[in-house]
Design a binder for this molecule. Structure first.
Ligand code: ATP
Ligand code: MG
Length: 369
């Protein structure tokens, strides 16, 4: 039974559909990251799961129990979940133990049981011995751990985290990501972790949902998102992908034969013959004399010990921009010969025309499209 199940969920604020028809199923014990640009609806989706927002349409079930849908709405405190926010939201006048106890108050436990839960939660986040401190006597990372301990103490079946690391410096973020992974592995509770940082999402989660303009573009493992993006948005958002228009000539055995710059090459993918999009990451291209592809340098910067070059593929109309690395700085306007060492043809059903040329190509693809 899925830990979270959503069916065609919509939440609108005036004319803005913050969440626009999202359906998903998250298996129990999963660590799901919700990833997407600012304003794409991540927080709203999390608040819908928590019961802090009511859907305008659609259904939400948690652990097989309908919590929101036509004629039904279960209040947040009755959903058996814990929530951790970016701002920690700790009570400044209470001690660490007091903050955690406050979260436990609705469970009406005995004093001894409360103490045991507080001790257990603090141990889990590595803060044993700090129970009597107040929030201002803690570092940012420690405060975030208290916020996590407070939700763990309730022993929820589901923990929702909204950009919990956004206030921390890069080093502390790394440490806390490792902590979240460790705690998740120990508890096997379902975690939903919202972030707009793809490295954070890929590092921490077993399952990543990419959102764009209120929609869920793809829900997959980090490796699948990277290797087999389902939509142009995912291709571009994850791992600096570029999308290049190509003609698919045929497919067999997980490969597509494509024509690009008048040459025929085989690339992994599963799309029918017709216009298609090739997703290329910097690692999918290598500068090779006689490589067959020609690209004119537009820009470059030093990164990761090499020169990351942005270049326009010759004779590719509209969106034929690619990135690759060179061991040396390129000359401005230089033409570099490239060979294809990877890539991925986007599935046809994912293609939505975004530019006039794409409209023309897709319209011409006929019944196949
Ligand atoms: N209470 C509200 N009233 C009106 N509009 C809202 C409200 N909450 C969210 N929105 C709008 O809904 C859209 C999605 O907002 P949401 O906060 O879910 O985005 P997000 O993906 O969490 O963004 P960020 O990464 O910046 O936190 C935005 O356009 C936002 O302005
Ligand atoms: Mg948000």
């Amino acid at each position: 039974m899925a830990a979270i199940e959503m069916e065609a969920v919509v939440r609108a604020f005036g004319a803005t559909r913050a969440v626009n028809g999202v359906s998903l199923a998250v298996p129990p014990g999963a660590f799901l990251a919700l990833l997407g640009p600012s304003g794409c609806g991540k927080t709203t989706l999390l608040r819908l799961i928590a019961g802090l927002e009511r859907p305008d349409a659609g259904r939400i079930a948690l652990g097989g129990r309908l919590v929101a849908g036509p004629g039904r709405f279960v209040a947040p405190e009755a959903r058996g979940l814990g929530m951790v926010f970016q701002s920690y939201a700790l009570w400044p006048h209470m001690t660490v133990a007091g903050n955690i106890r406050f979260g436990l108050r609705i469970q009406r436990l005995s004093y001894a049981e409360e103490r045991a839960r507080i001790g257990e939660a603090l141990e889990m986040v590595g803060l044993s011995g700090m129970a009597d401190r107040r929030p201002h006597q803690l570092s940012g990372g420690q405060r975030q751990r208290v916020a996590l301990a407070r939700s763990l103490a309730v022993r929820p079946g589901l923990i929702l985290l909204d950009e919990p690391l956004a206030n921390l410096d890069a080093h502390l973020r790394e440490t806390m990501l490792a902590e979240f992974r460790r705690i998740h592995a120990a508890l096997r509770t379902t975690f939903v972790f919202v972030t707009h940082d793809q490295d954070e999402a890929m590092a921490v989660a077993g399952l990543v949902g990419v959102m764009n303009a209120g929609r869920l573009e793809q829900l997959a493992s980090p490796a699948d998102l990277y290797r087999r993006p389902a939509t142009p948005m995912v291709a571009r958002f994850v791992g600096r992908g570029r999308t290049v228009p190509v003609q698919v000539l045929g497919r067999s055995g997980g490969l597509c034969r494509i024509a690009v710059q008048g040459r025929v090459v085989a690339v992994p993918g599963d799309a029918p013959p017709g216009p298609g999009w090739l997703c290329l990451r910097p690692r999918d291209l290598a500068a090779t004399a006689g490589g067959g592809l020609r690209a004119r340098v537009l820009d470059h910067r030093f990164q990761g010990g090499g020169h990351l070059v942005t270049a326009a593929l010759e004779h590719v109309e509209d969106g034929g921009t690619v990135d690759f690395t060179l061991p040396r700085p390129p000359h401005p306007g230089e033409t570099v010969e490239l060979s294809l060492t990877g890539g991925w043809i986007l599935p046809r059903e994912a293609l939505r025309a975004e530019t006039p040329l794409q409209h023309r190509l897709l319209a011409g693809a006929g019944a196949d499209a």
